[in-house]
Structure formats: structure tokens, C-alpha cells
Design a protein around this ligand. Structure first.
Ligand SMILES: *Cc1c(COP(=O)(O)O)cnc(C)c1O
Length: 376
């Protein structure tokens, strides 16, 4: 009598199977498949060669969510978010998030706020600037003026997506260089670049480099003055990719939002301090009039017109739902507590770096939980 299993019951150990013996040619579409656990193990171990996400402090992107959020994400992965007919509830959740952000950013009338969930701030910024390009064009055409030379004004402290917008959408880029030891722009820097063809000015709430904010309220004052003096109605787009989920909670007295007359649109990255995994950003317009009708493609469901304004079509609903989870789960209270906790950690690290005597902190004001320093 033998305990040996019958040969047909023997399961080849995973690492002895053909995918782990034979070379997989990455230039050829595979002829044959493999067992699911082999495919999983192969990719799982390959991806272990990457850095560990939780140790990646460089891209500001969320690496941890609560188990309940993960569960919701798993449940909503198969939903195609764009299909408002089939998934009206999923799209209503997006609409609610947009309104909540309109409220957070102090829109004059939250019921008149329009906006959209995007893949990230990059898509949001391009869509926002595109809307302003069309508004500018409509104003120019109404006055019977030339519409061939649009320009956009922003500083060198902006993210590469601002350059991309200018290039992709054929708008002249007026990029203001930084001064030594100054990493934000001022109204004085901006004014000489403005003219009747300026479609928008960009200001950053939390720059990619050091996390500081441009003087948004002062830039608004400039644009209000230019409007009354020259008649140019130039919108201000606030890039709140990182600051959009910090400033309202950590610095409630900082006025950067729709309370300012020329702030027509704001973007924020849900996957940065919105605390959702990569794949969600937000674009919010102050009111419906700031998003030209021609750009909205209407999808009808349940008798109502659902405006869609996106570059992408099909996408998973999961990260939008995960954002809604955070809004409900955390509220202003939770986001504030987390922002304060992150800022305290950043301050601790800053203090230790200063104590060492070897480093100089570039953003001692600590507008955001971003630590930037240089060797003395
Ligand atoms: C990260 C970042 C972006 C780009 O945002 P994504 O969500 O990664 O597309 C744009 N602007 C600023 C200021 C950023 O920090």
C-alpha cells in the first residue's frame, strides 16, 4: 500500500510550470493560455520589482484606503461610468460630488455649479482651459474681432499639463519664468503678458515643486482691475491638484475659490489629498455660464439632460464611488483632522532637517504637507 497520490492527481508546483521554465517572448501575442494562478503569480512577482507604493512620497498620490472603500471599489469596477442610461445611480453620485465640491469652494449657487469627474487633474485642467478658450472665442466673435491668436498666461511653477494644453490646443503659451529663490508668480509678473487675446490666467494652489500657493486673491484683483480698465474679461483657473483638498480644511481663511470674481474654474486631484487611489480628478465651474453649451454633449436619461464634458468615454466607476465614500466617511471634520495630522508630520520632518544644520527648507510656511529642502 502506498500513500502516493495517483499520477493524475499530482498538481505541478506553480514555479515548475511552463511559464516559469520557458521564456515568455514579450514581443509576441501568446499562442496558448496558462492557468489563472500561473498568470497571477507571474505578474505578481514581476511587479514586486517595482518600488513599494507606501514608500513613494514623491507623487502625492494615495496609497491606502479603508477596507470598506476597497470593497466598494471592487463592487463598482465592472460599472462603465459613462453609461448613464444603465447606471443612473453611479452618475448621480458623481453629480453629488461635483455639488459638494462647489459647496466646498463656496460657489454662489451650488445648484448652478457644473463639473465633471476626470481621470486626474491633467484632464481636468485641459477641459477647463478649453472651455475658457471657447468662451473667449464666443466673446471675440460677438464683437466681430479676430479669433486666431489666443494665448494663455501662467508661471513656470505650473505642472507640465499647462504646457501640454498650449501645445495640443494650439494656444500661445506665455509662461512666466521664476525669480531666484521665488517659486510663485505675482500680479506684477502677470500684468505685462495680458491682452485682449488672453483666454485665461492660471494660478496654482499648491505647486508641484514646493507646495506653496500663488497669491490667487491678488491675481484676481488684477484681473478685476483689467476688466474695468480695458474691458477684457479674463478668467482665472485655479489648479488645486494638490491644494484643493488641503486649503479648505487646513487654511479655511485662505480665499482662493469661487468667492473671487474671476475664478471661473477649479481642478483638484481626487487621487492626491482627495485620498482616493489613482484615477480620479475633478473639474468644477463656478456656474453653468462658464461652460460653453457647444462643448456639452447631452445624454438623455430619465427625462433629464445629463451634460457630459470629458475627453474619455468608457471608464470604470470605482474611483468616483471611492471619492464619494471619502466625502461621506470623512466630511469636513475628517479631512481637517487628516490634513492637520499630515501637516504636523511634515513640520516634524522639517524641524529635524533644520536641526541637523545641513539643510535649508524651501517652504517653511508649510501650506501643504510637502517637505522640500536643499543642502546648505
Ligand atoms: C499633480 C499635479 C497635476 C497633475 O495632476 P494629475 O492628477 O496627476 O493629472 C497638475 N497640477 C499640479 C499642481 C499638480 O500637483
Amino acid at each position: 500500500m502506498s500513500n502516493d497520490p495517483a499520477p493524475e492527481d499530482y498538481i505541478t508546483p506553480i514555479h515548475a510550470r511552463h511559464p516559469f521554465r520557458d521564456r515568455i517572448d514579450p514581443t509576441r501575442f501568446p499562442d496558448w493560455g496558462m492557468e489563472p494562478d500561473s498568470a497571477y503569480e507571474l505578474l505578481h512577482t514581476t511587479l514586486m520589482l517595482d518600488g513599494r507604493e507606501t514608500l513613494n512620497l514623491a507623487s502625492f498620490v494615495t496609497t491606502w484606503m479603508e477596507p470598506q472603500a476597497q470593497k466598494l471599489i471592487e463592487e463598482t469596477l465592472p460599472k462603465n461610468h459613462i453609461d448613464h442610461e444603465e447606471y443612473p445611480a453611479a452618475s448621480l453620485v458623481e453629480e453629488a460630488c461635483v455639488r459638494m465640491l462647489g459647496d466646498l469652494y463656496n460657489a454662489p449657487d451650488v445648484n448652478d455649479v457644473v463639473g465633471v469627474a476626470t481621470i486626474g487633474s491633467s484632464e481636468a485642467i485641459m477641459l477647463g482651459l478649453l472651455a475658457h478658450k471657447w468662451s473667449w472665442k464666443a466673446r471675440r466673435e460677438a464683437e466681430g474681432k479676430d479669433t486666431t491668436k489666443p494665448n494663455v498666461v501662467f508661471g513656470a511653477e505650473t505642472h507640465v499639463v499647462w504646457d501640454k494644453f498650449a501645445k495640443y490646443f494650439d494656444v500661445e503659451m506665455r509662461k512666466i519664468p521664476m525669480q531666484p529663490d521665488r517659486y510663485t508668480i505675482s500680479p506684477e509678473d502677470i500684468e505685462p503678458h495680458l491682452d485682449e487675446n488672453t483666454i485665461a490666467v492660471g494660478a496654482v494652489l499648491g505647486t508641484t515643486h514646493i507646495g506653496e500657493a500663488d497669491p490667487i486673491s491678488d491675481i484676481n484683483d488684477l484681473l478685476v482691475r483689467v476688466k474695468s480698465e480695458k474691458g477684457w474679461d479674463i478668467p482665472l483657473h485655479v489648479d488645486g491638484a494638490s491644494g484643493g483638498f488641503i486649503a479648505p480644511f487646513a487654511h479655511p481663511d485662505l480665499v482662493f475659490d469661487f468667492r473671487l470674481e474671476q475664478v471661473w474654474s477649479i481642478n483638484a486631484s481626487g487621487h492626491k489629498y482627495g485620498l482616493v487611489y489613482p484615477g480620479v480628478g475633478w473639474l468644477v465651474f463656478k456656474d453653468r455660464s462658464k461652460l460653453p453649451e457647444e462643448l456639452i454633449f447631452s445624454v438623455n436619461y430619465l427625462g433629464g439632460a445629463q451634460p457630459t464634458y470629458t475627453f474619455n468615454f468608457s471608464r470604470g466607476s470605482a474611483m468616483v464611488q471611492a471619492q464619494a465614500y471619502n466625502f461621506l466617511r470623512l466630511g469636513r471634520e475628517g479631512y481637517t483632522e487628516l490634513a492637520e495630522s499630515m501637516l504636523a508630520n511634515a513640520k516634524y520632518l522639517n524641524d529635524k532637517l533644520v536641526e541637523s544644520g545641513k539643510f535649508e527648507i524651501l517652504n517653511p510656511g508649510l501650506a501643504e504637507p510637502v517637505v522640500t529642502f536643499r543642502i546648505k
